[in-house]
Design a protein around this ligand. Sequence first.
Ligand SMILES: [Zn+2]
Ligand SMILES: [Zn+2]
Length: 135
Amino acid sequence: MKKAATVLKSNSIRVTPQRLGVYKLLREEKRHFSAEEVYAKVKNHFPAISLATVYSILELLKEKDLASEVRINLDKASFEAKKNEHHHFLCKKCGEIFDIHIELCPTLKRRETQGHSIDKFQGYFYGVCKNCRGK
Ligand SMILES: [Zn+2]
Ligand SMILES: [Zn+2]
């Protein structure tokens, strides 16, 4: 994996410790974070950072296609480092978001349906996660 700072530079993002901190968090922890969760984490390293700054860094990473926004949870957006196309599962008990990898149906493989061409797609699955089942 390329160094986080190198990736930012090659996307013509001026590297600041705060930007690097947010991007590294998304890349290394491989979770789906709300902006508030990102803020709570990076504040430990950058006490002066504001929630507004976290939002603008997340927007920047999204714009440069280094992060994606997941809208499975209607209460709040979540962010993750950019990965291959995948779907999401939201646990109604613990609120955790999981990546779901399933085989694509023929329509999605063709990237065309009823005359529409498909650029992006996102499946949302809701239920009880493997950790909460049987609890
Ligand atoms: Zn759960
Ligand atoms: Zn994901």
